[in-house]
Design a protein around this ligand. Structure first.
Ligand SMILES: Nc1ncnc2c1ncn2[C@@H]1O[C@H](COP(=O)(O)OP(=O)(O)OP(=O)(O)O)[C@@H](O)[C@H]1O
Length: 251
């Protein structure tokens, strides 16, 4: 499993123009192979920009971003991205959505059925294979999104507030289920969120960013044991981490 290394990365939108805006300033980060990482910070500190660069959607104005020593350039199936808004195709059933990537790459019908069965089960959608997205709740559509990214078997999962639009209870269920899926394959995950509790519950490492321009303010290693359980959210250790991180954020 690969490691992501970000070195001396700076990004300025509209460089050289009167309205140029430096959103990321000298970022140095390593996301270890197989680790679950979260990025938190106030709105506008550049979290999504950093994640989109890791996806290869655009290049930094300065510095490098490497995956296994190779400079990240352009999008690649090895780096799967889940956005806040679900990207489910409304004209495909749940199963067809999930096997979309492999089908595009020419997987046989038998392989597609196998992938559909594996991932509908893994993301908790068994029994819903033939449903249409319009028949699903927001949480279920998110499950389709995650299943579809996993079905591509990426090495890295980049998640931009994937549960941001869900109610609190659904969100907690999705977090636990995501950890279950992740623990079976240990892909390298980078998860952007506003929600400190979500970051602490999920991650091995939390990057706290400060804004204007976005910089790495602090890195918190989370040593809570795995598997994580909902009861841990109420422990003193958890609450103390949350309080400490909350005080670091620019409010
Ligand atoms: N394509 C773009 N062109 C110009 N400015 C941009 C572009 N994309 C983002 N920005 C600016 O860059 C800054 C960082 O945006 P970004 O979306 O990365 O922040 P964020 O930390 O993810 O915010 P949020 O938590 O609100 O999603 C913002 O000031 C935003 O307006």
């Amino acid at each position: 499993m690969p490691e992501i290394r970000i070195e001396n990365l700076t990004h300025t939108f509209g460089k050289g123009q009167p309205n140029e805006l430096t959103v990321l300033d000298n970022i140095n980060l390593t996301f270890e192979s197989g680790s679950f990482n979260a990025i938190v910070g106030t709105s506008g500190c550049g979290k999504s920009t950093l994640l989109k660069m890791m996806a290869g959607l655009f290049a930094p104005s300065d510095g490098t971003m490497k995956l296994d020593e190779q400079i990240i350039q352009g999008t690649d199936r090895r780096r799967g991205m889940v956005f806040q808004q679900d990207a489910v195709f409304p004209w495909m059933t749940v199963a067809r959505n999930i096997s979309y990537g492999p089908r595009l790459r020419g997987a046989s019908a038998a392989d597609q059925r196998e992938i559909e069965a594996k991932w509908t089960q893994a993301v908790g959608l068994k029994g819903f294979e033939d449903r249409w997205p319009r028949e699903l709740s927001g949480g279920m559509r998110k499950r389709v999104d995650i299943g579809r990214v996993y079905a591509n078997d990426p090495d890295v999962l980049l998640m931009d507030e994937p549960f941001g639009a869900l109610d609190a209870q659904t969100k907690e269920r999705m977090q636990s289920d995501l950890l279950d899926t992740w623990s079976q394959s240990r892909k390298t995950v980078v998860f952007v969120t506003h929600d400190l509790e979500e970051a602490i519950f999920l991650a091995d490492k939390i990057v706290v960013m400060s804004a204007r321009p976005g910089r790495v303010h602090h890195i918190e290693e989370i040593t809570l044991p795995r598997p994580r359980t909902d009861a841990m959210r109420l422990t003193d250790e958890f609450i103390q981490i949350k309080r400490r991180l909350w005080e670091m954020l620019d409010h």
